[in-house]
Design a protein around this ligand. Structure first.
Ligand code: 13P
Length: 259
């Protein structure tokens, strides 16, 4: 965590929670968080598409200062793309952040570096902010190829992007071997890799890289968030499993209290 970048804790609910469950989770979360929490940390929830509208109206009507995020988008304004959702559709729902390039989309659903780069630009074009995911597999880590993989993903996503656009983005470093496995990266490794992401961004977009938040994701829990956040290059967390439960997610947002 740095003095200049506001920490962000974002919950990626993946394919969990119906719209009814999602409303309950957001309401419970809001009962557990207070003004000091929102002051210290930007809190984001990324429900499934089917729950976005319900979460939006809950947040708006109860004036809950939680930002709304989506988990994916298609990089065209409209057209014959059955099953896809456009950037404009998300922006109309007051979506602020859109996750692009999550490893599950890259590995299971075939999102390529090129598609991720197009999604990133489409999100910016609709006035929202992308959360750009990167991360290596266990094989790549064990063979010493983690840095090359992650730097390559960042270069592919940001190549040619204007500094002013890059400034609007957030990156999430999520080692694939740490996702949903209960095995998180050590704070030191997370710091090294988030630092590598920032150094790569600096090469591409220059000094605005200092203001871009780089989150860590992969088995973030109430019990390990404080030590991860103590690292200077880790600006927050992208949380999967532990964000589904409002108690756990609130404790993660409140990591400063457990120090
Ligand atoms: P877990 O927190 O369940 O490991 O998931 C991390 C993740 O993929 C968030 O995008």
């Amino acid at each position: 965590m740095s003095a200049t970048r506001k920490p962000m804790i974002a919950g990626n609910w993946k394919m969990h929670h119906t719209h009814l469950e999602a409303i309950q989770v957001v309401q419970k979360l809001s009962y557990r968080l207070d003004g000091d929490d929102y002051e210290a940390v930007e809190v984001v929830v990324c429900p499934a598409f089917t729950a976005l509208r319900s979460v939006q109206t809950t947040i708006d009507s109860d004036r809950i200062p939680i930002a709304l995020g989506a988990q994916n988008v298609y990089p065209e304004p409209q057209g014959a793309f059955t099953g896809e959702v456009s950037p404009g559709m998300l922006a109309k729902l007051n979506v602020s952040y859109v996750i692009v390039g999550h490893s599950e989309r890259r590995e299971i659903l075939g999102d390529t570096d090129d598609l991720v780069a197009r999604k990133l630009r489409a999100v910016l074009g609709a006035g929202m902010r992308p959360i750009v995911c990167c991360g290596e597999t266990l094989d790549e880590r064990e063979s010493g190829a983690a840095e090359e993989k992650v730097a390559g993903q960042i270069r592919a996503a940001y190549h040619g992007l204007k500094a002013a656009d890059a400034e609007q983005t957030v990156v999430a470093y999520e080692p694939i071997w740490a996702i949903g496995t209960g095995r998180n990266a050590t704070p030191d490794d997370a710091n090294t890799m988030c630092g590598l992401v920032r150094a790569t961004l600096r090469e591409i977009v220059g000094s605005v890289a200092e203001g871009i938040r780089v989150l860590y994701g992969g088995s973030v829990k109430p019990g390990n968030i404080a030590e991860l956040m103590a690292e200077p290059e880790v600006d927050g967390g992208l949380v999967g499993g532990a964000s589904l439960d409002p108690d756990d997610f609130a404790r993660i947002v409140q990591y400063r209290r457990s120090k």
